[in-house]
Ligand binder design. Sequence first.
Ligand code: UT7
Length: 321
Amino acid sequence: MSVRIIGTGSALPQKEVSNEDLARLVETSDEWIRERTGIGSRHISTGETVVSLAAGACKKALENAEKTAAQVELLLVATCTPEQGIPCAACQVQSILGAENAVAFDLNAACAGFLFALHTAWAYIEAGIYQNALIAGSEVLSKIIDWDDRGTCVLFGDGAGAVLLERGTRPGILGFVQHSDGTKGQVLQCDSRKLENPYISESQYAPYVQMDGREVFAFAVRQVPACIAEVLERTGLTPDDVDLYVLHQANRRIIEGISRRLSVDMQKFPMNLDRVGNMSSAAIPVLLDELHRAGRLREGMTLVLSGFGAGLTYGACVLRW
Ligand code: UT7
Protein backbone atom coordinates (compact mmCIF):
# COMPACT_ATOMS: atom_id res chain seq x y z
CA MET A 1 0.00 0.00 0.00
CA SER A 2 1.17 3.52 -0.72
CA VAL A 3 -0.18 7.07 -0.71
CA ARG A 4 0.49 9.17 -3.80
CA ILE A 5 -0.19 12.64 -5.18
CA ILE A 6 -2.29 12.08 -8.30
CA GLY A 7 -3.24 15.65 -9.22
CA THR A 8 -2.13 19.25 -8.64
CA GLY A 9 -3.68 22.67 -9.14
CA SER A 10 -3.15 26.32 -8.26
CA ALA A 11 -4.88 29.70 -8.38
CA LEU A 12 -3.40 33.19 -8.06
CA PRO A 13 -5.12 36.59 -7.79
CA GLN A 14 -5.25 38.53 -11.05
CA LYS A 15 -3.37 41.59 -9.86
CA GLU A 16 0.42 41.48 -10.08
CA VAL A 17 2.40 43.95 -7.99
CA SER A 18 6.02 44.62 -8.93
CA ASN A 19 8.85 45.81 -6.70
CA GLU A 20 8.63 49.15 -8.50
CA ASP A 21 4.95 49.39 -7.51
CA LEU A 22 5.94 48.85 -3.85
CA ALA A 23 8.68 51.47 -4.11
CA ARG A 24 5.84 53.95 -4.65
CA LEU A 25 4.29 52.91 -1.30
CA VAL A 26 7.29 52.57 1.03
CA GLU A 27 10.95 53.53 1.01
CA THR A 28 12.40 50.55 -0.86
CA SER A 29 13.78 49.64 -4.28
CA ASP A 30 13.67 46.82 -6.81
CA GLU A 31 17.43 46.41 -6.26
CA TRP A 32 17.14 45.95 -2.46
CA ILE A 33 14.22 43.52 -2.68
CA ARG A 34 15.83 41.39 -5.42
CA GLU A 35 19.24 41.32 -3.75
CA ARG A 36 18.03 40.56 -0.22
CA THR A 37 15.16 38.19 -1.11
CA GLY A 38 15.10 37.18 -4.81
CA ILE A 39 11.53 38.47 -5.13
CA GLY A 40 10.55 40.49 -8.23
CA SER A 41 6.75 40.59 -8.06
CA ARG A 42 3.80 38.96 -6.33
CA HIS A 43 0.03 38.55 -6.79
CA ILE A 44 -2.16 40.58 -4.43
CA SER A 45 -5.87 40.06 -3.88
CA THR A 46 -8.29 42.73 -5.06
CA GLY A 47 -11.24 40.61 -3.95
CA GLU A 48 -10.11 37.00 -4.19
CA THR A 49 -10.42 35.20 -0.85
CA VAL A 50 -8.75 32.26 0.86
CA VAL A 51 -11.91 30.31 0.05
CA SER A 52 -12.22 31.34 -3.63
CA LEU A 53 -8.51 30.74 -4.28
CA ALA A 54 -8.54 27.37 -2.51
CA ALA A 55 -11.66 26.33 -4.44
CA GLY A 56 -10.00 27.35 -7.74
CA ALA A 57 -6.85 25.37 -6.93
CA CYS A 58 -8.87 22.34 -5.77
CA LYS A 59 -10.98 22.30 -8.96
CA LYS A 60 -7.81 22.23 -11.06
CA ALA A 61 -6.27 19.46 -8.93
CA LEU A 62 -9.44 17.37 -9.37
CA GLU A 63 -9.47 17.94 -13.16
CA ASN A 64 -5.79 17.08 -13.28
CA ALA A 65 -6.43 13.80 -11.42
CA GLU A 66 -9.60 13.11 -13.46
CA LYS A 67 -11.69 12.78 -10.30
CA THR A 68 -15.00 14.36 -9.31
CA ALA A 69 -15.63 16.43 -6.19
CA ALA A 70 -18.14 13.81 -5.01
CA GLN A 71 -15.33 11.25 -4.84
CA VAL A 72 -13.33 13.26 -2.28
CA GLU A 73 -13.37 11.73 1.23
CA LEU A 74 -11.23 14.23 3.17
CA LEU A 75 -10.79 17.94 2.40
CA LEU A 76 -8.17 19.93 4.30
CA VAL A 77 -7.35 23.63 3.92
CA ALA A 78 -4.10 24.85 5.44
CA THR A 79 -4.34 28.59 6.09
CA CYS A 80 -3.36 31.22 8.63
CA THR A 81 -5.44 33.97 6.97
CA PRO A 82 -9.05 32.66 6.82
CA GLU A 83 -11.79 35.23 6.15
CA GLN A 84 -13.96 33.74 8.85
CA GLY A 85 -13.26 32.00 12.14
CA ILE A 86 -16.42 29.98 11.60
CA PRO A 87 -17.32 28.20 9.43
CA CYS A 88 -13.87 26.96 8.52
CA ALA A 89 -12.55 27.64 5.01
CA ALA A 90 -12.53 23.92 4.16
CA CYS A 91 -16.31 23.63 4.72
CA GLN A 92 -16.87 26.67 2.47
CA VAL A 93 -14.64 25.12 -0.22
CA GLN A 94 -16.56 21.85 0.17
CA SER A 95 -19.79 23.71 -0.54
CA ILE A 96 -18.40 25.48 -3.64
CA LEU A 97 -16.95 22.24 -5.05
CA GLY A 98 -19.99 20.10 -4.22
CA ALA A 99 -17.73 17.67 -2.35
CA GLU A 100 -20.70 16.47 -0.32
CA ASN A 101 -19.09 13.22 0.78
CA ALA A 102 -15.96 14.80 2.24
CA VAL A 103 -15.07 15.52 5.84
CA ALA A 104 -13.66 19.06 5.81
CA PHE A 105 -11.59 21.06 8.28
CA ASP A 106 -8.81 23.67 8.43
CA LEU A 107 -5.33 23.39 9.80
CA ASN A 108 -2.99 26.26 10.74
CA ALA A 109 0.75 25.74 10.97
CA ALA A 110 1.60 28.97 9.08
CA CYS A 111 4.17 28.41 6.31
CA ALA A 112 4.54 24.73 7.25
CA GLY A 113 0.74 24.34 7.06
CA PHE A 114 0.53 22.57 3.72
CA LEU A 115 3.16 20.06 4.79
CA PHE A 116 1.44 19.43 8.12
CA ALA A 117 -1.89 18.97 6.29
CA LEU A 118 -0.24 16.55 3.86
CA HIS A 119 1.11 14.57 6.80
CA THR A 120 -2.30 14.54 8.48
CA ALA A 121 -4.02 13.32 5.30
CA TRP A 122 -1.31 10.71 4.76
CA ALA A 123 -1.85 9.37 8.30
CA TYR A 124 -5.63 9.12 7.76
CA ILE A 125 -5.15 7.24 4.48
CA GLU A 126 -2.41 5.00 5.90
CA ALA A 127 -4.75 4.14 8.78
CA GLY A 128 -7.42 3.09 6.27
CA ILE A 129 -9.90 5.74 7.43
CA TYR A 130 -10.12 7.51 4.05
CA GLN A 131 -9.10 6.45 0.55
CA ASN A 132 -8.19 9.92 -0.69
CA ALA A 133 -7.74 13.53 0.41
CA LEU A 134 -7.86 16.91 -1.29
CA ILE A 135 -5.40 19.29 0.40
CA ALA A 136 -5.09 23.02 -0.26
CA GLY A 137 -2.70 25.65 1.06
CA SER A 138 -4.39 29.02 0.62
CA GLU A 139 -3.46 32.49 1.87
CA VAL A 140 -4.49 36.10 1.50
CA LEU A 141 -1.58 37.47 3.50
CA SER A 142 -2.10 40.97 2.10
CA LYS A 143 -4.85 41.51 4.70
CA ILE A 144 -2.54 40.90 7.67
CA ILE A 145 0.41 42.90 6.29
CA ASP A 146 1.24 46.35 7.59
CA TRP A 147 1.56 48.15 4.24
CA ASP A 148 3.68 50.85 5.91
CA ASP A 149 6.29 48.33 7.09
CA ARG A 150 8.90 47.87 4.37
CA GLY A 151 10.51 45.06 6.37
CA THR A 152 7.51 42.79 5.73
CA CYS A 153 5.21 44.20 3.01
CA VAL A 154 7.72 43.45 0.23
CA LEU A 155 7.96 39.76 1.14
CA PHE A 156 4.50 38.28 0.88
CA GLY A 157 2.03 37.34 -1.85
CA ASP A 158 -1.46 35.81 -2.08
CA GLY A 159 -2.42 32.51 -3.73
CA ALA A 160 -3.43 28.88 -3.35
CA GLY A 161 -2.20 25.46 -4.39
CA ALA A 162 -3.77 22.03 -4.00
CA VAL A 163 -3.01 18.33 -4.42
CA LEU A 164 -5.15 15.22 -4.51
CA LEU A 165 -3.70 12.36 -2.48
CA GLU A 166 -4.84 8.78 -3.03
CA ARG A 167 -4.19 5.30 -1.68
CA GLY A 168 -2.52 3.23 -4.40
CA THR A 169 -0.05 0.50 -5.15
CA ARG A 170 2.85 2.39 -6.77
CA PRO A 171 5.39 4.00 -4.38
CA GLY A 172 4.43 7.49 -3.22
CA ILE A 173 5.14 9.18 0.09
CA LEU A 174 8.14 7.50 1.71
CA GLY A 175 8.51 9.40 4.96
CA PHE A 176 7.78 12.50 7.01
CA VAL A 177 9.18 14.49 9.91
CA GLN A 178 7.52 17.42 11.69
CA HIS A 179 8.71 19.72 14.46
CA SER A 180 7.32 22.65 16.45
CA ASP A 181 9.04 25.08 18.82
CA GLY A 182 6.45 27.21 20.59
CA THR A 183 9.09 28.95 22.71
CA LYS A 184 10.12 31.00 19.62
CA GLY A 185 6.59 32.12 18.70
CA GLN A 186 7.37 35.81 19.19
CA VAL A 187 9.73 36.02 16.19
CA LEU A 188 6.83 35.95 13.73
CA GLN A 189 3.37 36.81 14.99
CA CYS A 190 0.03 38.45 14.26
CA ASP A 191 -3.05 38.76 16.50
CA SER A 192 -6.46 37.70 15.23
CA ARG A 193 -9.61 39.09 16.92
CA LYS A 194 -9.35 41.58 19.76
CA LEU A 195 -10.65 40.55 23.18
CA GLU A 196 -13.69 42.75 23.72
CA ASN A 197 -16.38 42.05 26.25
CA PRO A 198 -18.28 43.91 29.00
CA TYR A 199 -15.78 42.72 31.63
CA ILE A 200 -12.59 44.16 30.14
CA SER A 201 -11.63 47.82 29.73
CA GLU A 202 -8.64 47.58 27.42
CA SER A 203 -6.68 44.86 25.63
CA GLN A 204 -3.49 44.66 23.61
CA TYR A 205 -4.03 44.17 19.89
CA ALA A 206 -1.50 43.89 17.05
CA PRO A 207 -3.46 42.81 13.96
CA TYR A 208 -0.55 42.95 11.49
CA VAL A 209 2.45 40.69 10.96
CA GLN A 210 5.41 41.50 13.19
CA MET A 211 8.62 39.70 12.37
CA ASP A 212 12.21 39.46 13.49
CA GLY A 213 13.47 38.67 9.98
CA ARG A 214 17.03 37.82 11.02
CA GLU A 215 15.85 35.31 13.64
CA VAL A 216 13.52 33.62 11.15
CA PHE A 217 16.32 33.54 8.58
CA ALA A 218 18.79 31.95 11.02
CA PHE A 219 16.19 29.41 12.19
CA ALA A 220 15.40 28.33 8.62
CA VAL A 221 19.00 27.93 7.52
CA ARG A 222 19.82 25.93 10.68
CA GLN A 223 16.72 23.75 11.13
CA VAL A 224 15.57 22.97 7.59
CA PRO A 225 18.74 21.12 6.47
CA ALA A 226 18.74 19.19 9.78
CA CYS A 227 15.10 18.27 9.26
CA ILE A 228 15.74 17.17 5.65
CA ALA A 229 18.75 15.09 6.78
CA GLU A 230 16.51 13.47 9.42
CA VAL A 231 13.79 12.44 6.96
CA LEU A 232 16.36 11.19 4.44
CA GLU A 233 18.05 9.09 7.11
CA ARG A 234 14.69 7.66 8.12
CA THR A 235 14.00 6.61 4.53
CA GLY A 236 17.52 5.26 3.91
CA LEU A 237 18.36 7.92 1.30
CA THR A 238 21.16 10.48 0.93
CA PRO A 239 20.85 14.10 -0.28
CA ASP A 240 22.29 13.00 -3.66
CA ASP A 241 19.45 10.48 -4.16
CA VAL A 242 16.97 13.38 -4.34
CA ASP A 243 16.09 14.77 -7.79
CA LEU A 244 14.34 17.96 -6.64
CA TYR A 245 13.99 19.88 -3.38
CA VAL A 246 10.63 21.68 -3.40
CA LEU A 247 11.05 24.09 -0.49
CA HIS A 248 8.97 26.82 1.08
CA GLN A 249 9.64 29.96 -0.98
CA ALA A 250 10.55 32.63 1.58
CA ASN A 251 13.89 34.00 0.45
CA ARG A 252 16.38 32.93 -2.27
CA ARG A 253 19.25 33.41 0.22
CA ILE A 254 17.60 30.98 2.66
CA ILE A 255 17.35 28.37 -0.10
CA GLU A 256 21.00 28.97 -1.06
CA GLY A 257 22.01 28.54 2.58
CA ILE A 258 20.11 25.25 2.79
CA SER A 259 21.67 23.97 -0.45
CA ARG A 260 25.16 24.79 0.90
CA ARG A 261 24.53 23.01 4.19
CA LEU A 262 23.27 19.92 2.37
CA SER A 263 26.12 20.15 -0.20
CA VAL A 264 23.54 19.87 -2.98
CA ASP A 265 23.71 21.88 -6.21
CA MET A 266 21.25 24.81 -6.49
CA GLN A 267 20.02 23.27 -9.80
CA LYS A 268 18.01 20.86 -7.64
CA PHE A 269 16.15 23.70 -5.89
CA PRO A 270 13.43 25.02 -8.23
CA MET A 271 12.13 28.49 -7.32
CA ASN A 272 9.20 30.68 -8.26
CA LEU A 273 9.47 33.30 -5.51
CA ASP A 274 10.72 35.85 -8.05
CA ARG A 275 7.16 35.87 -9.50
CA VAL A 276 4.97 35.08 -6.47
CA GLY A 277 6.84 36.07 -3.29
CA ASN A 278 6.25 34.21 -0.03
CA MET A 279 2.72 32.74 -0.06
CA SER A 280 3.07 30.90 3.26
CA SER A 281 1.13 27.61 3.17
CA ALA A 282 0.41 28.05 -0.57
CA ALA A 283 4.09 28.21 -1.56
CA ILE A 284 4.89 24.50 -1.83
CA PRO A 285 1.70 23.32 -3.62
CA VAL A 286 1.85 26.21 -6.12
CA LEU A 287 5.48 25.42 -6.96
CA LEU A 288 4.67 21.71 -7.19
CA ASP A 289 1.81 22.46 -9.60
CA GLU A 290 4.03 24.67 -11.77
CA LEU A 291 6.69 21.93 -11.97
CA HIS A 292 4.07 19.29 -12.72
CA ARG A 293 2.43 21.30 -15.51
CA ALA A 294 5.83 22.19 -16.98
CA GLY A 295 6.59 18.44 -17.29
CA ARG A 296 9.50 18.64 -14.85
CA LEU A 297 8.17 15.87 -12.58
CA ARG A 298 8.78 12.46 -14.15
CA GLU A 299 7.52 9.15 -12.79
CA GLY A 300 9.99 7.60 -10.36
CA MET A 301 11.67 10.91 -9.42
CA THR A 302 12.50 11.42 -5.73
CA LEU A 303 11.33 14.73 -4.26
CA VAL A 304 11.83 16.36 -0.88
CA LEU A 305 9.21 18.89 0.20
CA SER A 306 10.07 21.10 3.17
CA GLY A 307 8.21 23.95 4.84
CA PHE A 308 9.04 26.22 7.78
CA GLY A 309 7.51 29.25 9.45
CA ALA A 310 5.68 30.87 12.33
CA GLY A 311 5.06 28.81 15.42
CA LEU A 312 7.84 27.96 14.93
CA THR A 313 6.90 24.99 12.77
CA TYR A 314 8.90 22.98 10.27
CA GLY A 315 8.84 19.67 8.53
CA ALA A 316 9.96 17.64 5.54
CA CYS A 317 8.57 14.86 3.39
CA VAL A 318 10.23 12.48 0.92
CA LEU A 319 8.15 11.11 -1.92
CA ARG A 320 8.50 9.21 -5.15
CA TRP A 321 6.62 10.92 -7.97
O1 UT7 B 1 7.91 32.21 5.79
C1 UT7 B 1 8.79 32.69 6.74
C2 UT7 B 1 8.58 34.16 6.75
N1 UT7 B 1 9.70 35.01 6.98
C3 UT7 B 1 10.89 34.92 6.38
O2 UT7 B 1 11.24 34.05 5.68
C4 UT7 B 1 11.85 36.05 6.66
C5 UT7 B 1 13.28 35.61 6.78
N2 UT7 B 1 14.13 36.76 6.82
C6 UT7 B 1 14.48 37.43 5.69
O3 UT7 B 1 14.12 37.04 4.60
C7 UT7 B 1 15.37 38.64 5.84
O4 UT7 B 1 15.78 38.78 7.18
C8 UT7 B 1 14.68 39.97 5.36
C9 UT7 B 1 14.52 39.93 3.85
C10 UT7 B 1 13.31 40.12 6.02
C11 UT7 B 1 15.53 41.16 5.73
O5 UT7 B 1 16.81 41.03 5.15
P1 UT7 B 1 18.11 41.33 6.03
O6 UT7 B 1 19.25 41.20 5.14
O7 UT7 B 1 18.03 40.45 7.23
O8 UT7 B 1 17.90 42.86 6.39
P2 UT7 B 1 17.79 43.52 7.83
O9 UT7 B 1 16.47 43.26 8.45
O10 UT7 B 1 19.02 43.19 8.63
O11 UT7 B 1 17.86 45.05 7.43
C12 UT7 B 1 19.03 45.60 6.80
C13 UT7 B 1 18.71 47.03 6.40
C14 UT7 B 1 18.07 47.84 7.51
O12 UT7 B 1 18.55 49.17 7.41
P3 UT7 B 1 19.76 49.67 8.36
O13 UT7 B 1 19.24 49.48 9.76
O14 UT7 B 1 20.91 48.79 8.05
O15 UT7 B 1 19.91 51.09 7.95
C15 UT7 B 1 16.60 47.84 7.17
O16 UT7 B 1 15.91 48.96 7.67
O17 UT7 B 1 17.75 47.02 5.32
C16 UT7 B 1 16.65 47.86 5.66
N3 UT7 B 1 15.45 47.34 5.01
C17 UT7 B 1 15.07 47.73 3.79
N4 UT7 B 1 15.62 48.58 2.90
C18 UT7 B 1 14.98 48.74 1.73
C19 UT7 B 1 14.57 46.43 5.50
N5 UT7 B 1 13.61 46.23 4.58
C20 UT7 B 1 13.89 47.01 3.52
C21 UT7 B 1 13.29 47.24 2.28
N6 UT7 B 1 13.87 48.09 1.41
N7 UT7 B 1 12.15 46.59 1.92
